[in-house]
Structure formats: structure tokens, C-alpha cells
Write a protein that binds this ligand. Structure first.
Ligand code: NA7
Length: 564
């Protein structure tokens, strides 16, 4: 017997094998951990989670580069599902370091007794849908095969590292590191000539630290980022006490805001309702100045027309450019570091800790590779425009095959042996960011088509895992064995998502939000930019209408809800 016509030798025990789990979860980061807790502890399903890493934490396990920290405030970038957890946990910094976030996630794994159902050091290599049994056959890199009724991809949107395949990369004689796969023992750059390729969040966080150790640091920049100060600081016991006393209010406001994080000057603030172009210049500048002084990413809650109207966007972009200029002493370098040609917020805004000032150091230089891309890596360094720059170490801060990469790197096959990679060749397709037509009983958390990186990912994970839990309970009660979107609903969701993105300035920037950072990747909006409240309304409406837009069946032949 074969599954989806796959070769017999690939499927070791199919036929004899019992279904071992109700749910297999791929990934043990924020999304996977909460999904495991909710589906097992709240809903009573048998659940097994796999993660390729040697510990829980997902992206916070592997991104250990110097200076790594979250740029959403700790009291917001944390789970809301447990009142007790929120009251117990004490964040030490306004923006916690990678170490502190990882400590928190390890605490979650222990506190909710999750480890016994997590298998680490295990890469899920394929998941194949068996149409005869409505089960997924999950295969891992240690040769294990398990069957599950449902699979949840909690693989994260910035987890599949992108290392561009520069010509000659294998000939480099020095050391190479990728920020997303940083050695646990750390790296000593003392006295070295170091290159950093990339100027996104990872580069901007790590460069000040590398520059302090290295003899020379050369940064290769393709696109300058809009940069604002993070203004990290320790958190006082009084502040934590006040947040804990008002956590419900914080969370309620977060759920109504576009970005899902609402702290400004240490208070939860509703997003602006007025438009940038309808207030006076003084009011507008006062708003921007207030956000600048507060620190961090709170511009995502500024005037809403900044997202949709280039003239409005320019008012903020101009303000930030001027602020960036004040921090860089060399005019030639400032000219390169300050972005000009794309709208602000449409490529990830980066909040820094002394990055711009680092270019005032004598040992730091900047090479613009936008017009003249890196030609090749040589045994001794990097070649640009026929000139060779020599290095002992190259740091690739080149980001991720974001949003879709973690899933398309797994051999996922749905009905008729359809490969997900092929199905998504022209961009990810799905319904409500949850499920894909032709791939029954496969759910995604924080995936394409959901608000993903446009919303606070921890809260989005919680909402989505609860939605999946309710869906599985519904199926269990009704004796439904298979669910997948109907193609009409999927098409409509893709069209709606694209239309919403086209109403914004998103397509005007080359960002990973649009798949533009990876050569050959389809250029489409990978996530839903209509805002979490809109997204939630549509997901809730589907659920209360007995999963409108989905095909439900109790056998493969018997579609009991053909096309609502
Ligand atoms: P990012 O933000 O995607 O940054 C990657 C950087 O690497 C970015 O500056 C890229 O330039 C640059 N890059 C990528 N490929 C190349 C090539 N071929 N040549 C030169 N430069 C290149 O990833 P991060 O890890 O910094 O952050 C990812 C997210 O994690 C971040 O947005 C937060 O949400 C958390 P580009 O801008 O594409 O021109």
C-alpha cells in the first residue's frame, strides 16, 4: 500500500500503523508551546510537538547573536492566557534580551508541564496526507514516522534563515556566521577584520557589539532602514506593579490596535484616530516627537493615513530622516544610511541601541551594494565592483525566507500528492491564514494570510490556537473527520488580502513582507494587513457559522458541507 502514490520504501509501516496522536505540532516557539498547552491541557487532545532545535523557544533559541533582543515591550510581548502567569513573571527590562525571552519560554514549558510532549533535535522532513484514513503521516529526520489526525505548523515567520548563494561562498578561508544560527558559545571578534552583510534588525542590533571588539568592521548595505531609538531600560517594581494591576486593560487595548502593542511612555495608548493630513503641523510634529521620546516602535499606532497616503507617510519619513541625521557625524555616511526612496513602516521599522552612532567610530565603514551588488566571495574576502575587501570573518545578517520558507522547506503533500511548494509557487494561498485548500486538517499559526508580523505575534498565536481548539472540538462533537477551505473561499481571501495590501503603501517597498528580499520569490503581500480586529471578525464569523468557507466531511467521499 502506498500513501498518495509515494514509493513503498518511503512509507515504512503504513497500513499497520496506528494513529498515534490527535495533533502533531511542528515548532516549539511561542506558537507551538501555547498550542500544545491549549490543545492538550484545555481541550484534552493527545498532542506531540517536534522542534529541530536542542531546546524550546523557536526563533529565541537560535537567534543568539550579540545584542539580540525583542523590540516590543516585554509586558506586551508575553502570553495573556493565564492571569496567574502574568502576575508571577517579573520582566527585568523594557525590551528583554534574547536570554530573558528564552528563560521565559523555558519557564512556560516547565510551568505548564509541556516538555513531556515535545521532542527536540528532530526536524520534521515531510507530512503526507493519507486520503484513505484522513490522517497525516509525519516523517522526521531520524527516520521516525507518526500518524496524526491534525498537523499544526507553528513554524514561525522568521525561522528559515536566508543565506544568499553568493558566487565563491565556499572558497572563503575565514569564518562565516549567520545571525539566525549563532554559535551557543559566542564569537570573539577581538582584533579581527569583520564584514557584516545586511542592515535589517539583526545587523542593527549586533553591529554595535561587533564594532566594539573588531579591529575593523565593514558593513555591506543593500537597503538602508528607517531607524528610531529603542530607549531600553530596567523596569522598576512600581511600574511592573501598575501593569499587573491593569493587565486586562492593556490586553483589551492591544486587541483593538493595528500592531497589537500599544505602550507609549509606559502607558497603554489607543492608536490615533485623526489623520496626519487633517491635523495642524504642530499637532503632527508633537505626536511624532512624543513617540520619538517614548522610544521603540510606537509609530505603528500613529495617524492611520501614514499607511495609505504617500504624502502623509512622507511627513513621518521626513521627521525620522532628520532625527537619524542628527546622530551621524559624517555627512557622506549619513547620505547612505538615511533611506529616501521608499515609504516608512512598509519595510520593518528598526529600533536601535547606538547603531547609528557606531558609524562615528574610526574602525567602522559602510559599503553600499544597492547599485553594485556583491560580485563574489573570494578566499580572502568580498569582491564589489572589481575591488576585493579582505576579512577574517563574514557575518551574514541576511534575514529569512520569511513567512513561507519554514513550511516550503518541509515536503508537505496534500490530496492527490499535491506539493505545497508547488501550490505556493506564485505566492501563498489559504483561507483566513489558517488552512489551505487540498491540504485537509493542516493548520498554520502566524502563517501567511494571517496578520502575522503586522500584529503582536504572541497574542495572534493565542487567538489562532484557541480558534483551532474550538474547531477541533466542533469536529469531534459532530463526528467530522476532515476540514479544508473550499476553493471559492480561498480565492476570495487571497483576493481580499491583496486588495487590502494594494490600498496601502506596502507594495511600494522591497520588504520581506512582500517576499522581495529573496531572489525569485513571488512578490505578493505575504500577510494580511487589514488589522487584527478585522481579521478576528472574519475568523469568528466563519466559526459561528459552523466553519463557513470550509468543506467538512465525515468521510472522504461524504462532504457534509460542500460549499457554504
Ligand atoms: P532582514 O530584516 O530581512 O534583514 C536582512 C538584511 O540582509 C537586509 O538588509 C537585506 O537587504 C540584506 N540582504 C539580504 N540579501 C542580501 C544580498 N544578497 N546582498 C546584500 N544584502 C542582502 O532580516 P533580520 O534578520 O535583520 O530581521 C528579520 C526580522 O526579525 C525583523 O524584521 C524583525 O521582525 C525580527 P534588503 O533590505 O533586502 O535590501
Amino acid at each position: 500500500m502506498t500513501v498518495n502514490n509515494l514509493p513503498e520504501e518511503r512509507v515504512k509501516t503504513v497500513g499497520e500503523q496506528v494513529c498515534k496522536y490527535d495533533v502533531v505540532i511542528v515548532g516549539a516557539g511561542f506558537g507551538g508551546l501555547y498550542a500544545l498547552h491549549h490543545l492538550r491541557n484545555d481541550c484534552g487532545f493527545s498532542v506531540k510537538a517536534y522542534d529541530v532545535a536542542g531546546g524550546v523557544g523557536g526563533t529565541w533559541y537560535s537567534n543568539r547573536y550579540p545584542g539580540a533582543r525583542v523590540d516590543i515591550e516585554s509586558v506586551e510581548y508575553s502570553y495573556s492566557f493565564s492571569y496567574e502567569l502574568q502576575q508571577e513573571w517579573e520582566w527585568t527590562e523594557r525590551y528583554p534580551s534574547q536570554k530573558e525571552v528564552l528563560k521565559y519560554l523555558n519557564h512556560i514549558a516547565d510551568r505548564f508541564d509541556l516538555r513531556r510532549d515535545i521532542q527536540l533535535n528532530t526536524r520534521v522532513t515531510s507530512t503526507i496526507f493519507d486520503e484513505e484514513t484522513n490522517q497525516w503521516l509525519v516523517e522526521t529526520d531520524n527516520g521516525e514516522q507518526v500518524r496524526a489526525k491534525f498537523v499544526i505548523m507553528a513554524t514561525g515567520f522568521v525561522s528559515a534563515p536566508n543565506k544568499p548563494n553568493f558566487k565563491g561562498i565556499e572558497t572563503f578561508k575565514g569564518k562565516q556566521y549567520h545571525t539566525a544560527k549563532w554559535p551557543h558559545e559566542g564569537v570573539d571578534f577581538t582584533g579581527q577584520r569583520v564584514a557584516v552583510i545586511g542592515t535589517g534588525s539583526s545587523a542593527i542590533q549586533s553591529i554595535p557589539f561587533i564594532a566594539n571588539e573588531a579591529a575593523q568592521l565593514t558593513v555591506f548595505q543593500r537597503t538602508p532602514a528607517y531607524i528610531v531609538p529603542l530607549r531600553n531600560c530596567p523596569l522598576s517594581p512600581e511600574y511592573l506593579k501598575s501593569v499587573k494591576a491593569n493587565y486586562g486593560k492593556w490586553r483589551r487595548i492591544e486587541r483593538t490596535a493595528f500592531g497589537g502593542y500599544v505602550a507609549q511612555n509606559f502607558e497603554p495608548r489607543l492608536p490615533n484616530s485623526k489623520l496626519a493630513l487633517e491635523v495642524t503641523l504642530e499637532e503632527r510634529l508633537a505626536d511624532y516627537e512624543n513617540r520619538y521620546n517614548s522610544g521603540g516602535l510606537c509609530y505603528y499606532n500613529t495617524f492611520p493615513d501614514v499607511f495609505t497616503n504617500r504624502e502623509a507617510n512622507d511627513t513621518l519619513a521626513e521627521f525620522i530622516r532628520a532625527k537619524m541625521g542628527e546622530r551621524i557625524s559624517n555627512r557622506n555616511i549619513a547620505e547612505k544610511l538615511i533611506p529616501k526612496n521608499y515609504p516608512i513602516l512598509m519595510k520593518r521599522l528598526v529600533a536601535d541601541n547606538n547603531y547609528l552612532e557606531t558609524f562615528n567610530q574610526d574602525n567602522v565603514s559602510l559599503i553600499d551594494v544597492k547599485e553594485s551588488p556583491i560580485e563574489r566571495i573570494t578566499p580572502d574576502g568580498i569582491m564589489v565592483e572589481g575591488k576585493e575587501y579582505e576579512f577574517d570573518t563574514i557575518v551574514f545578517a541576511t534575514g529569512f525566507d520569511a513567512v513561507t520558507g519554514a513550511m516550503t522547506r518541509i515536503d508537505i503533500r496534500g490530496r492527490d500528492n499535491q506539493s505545497l511548494q508547488e501550490y505556493w509557487e506564485n505566492g501563498p494561498r489559504n483561507y483566513l491564514g489558517f488552512m489551505i485548500s487540498g491540504f485537509p486538517n493542516l493548520f498554520m499559526l502566524d502563517g501567511p494570510g494571517s496578520p502575522g508580523a503586522f500584529y503582536q505575534p504572541v497574542l495572534l498565536n493565542e487567538y489562532q490556537a484557541k480558534w483551532v481548539g474550538s474547531c477541533l472540538e466542533f469536529m469531534s462533537v459532530k463526528g467530522i473527520t476532515s476540514i479544508e477551505p473550499n476553493i471559492k473561499a480561498e480565492n476570495e481571501w487571497v483576493t481580499h488580502s491583496t486588495e487590502v495590501a494594494d490600498q496601502t503603501l506596502l507594495p511600494q517597498a522591497d520588504s520581506w513582507y512582500m517576499g522581495a528580499n529573496i531572489e525569485g520569490k513571488a512578490r505578493v503581500s505575504l500577510m494580511y494587513i487589514g488589522g487584527f480586529p478585522n481579521y478576528k471578525r472574519q475568523c469568528d464569523a466563519s466559526a459561528v457559522n459552523e466553519y463557513k468557507g470550509f468543506l467538512l466531511s465525515n468521510t472522504t467521499e461524504n462532504m457534509i458541507q460542500a460549499s457554504k
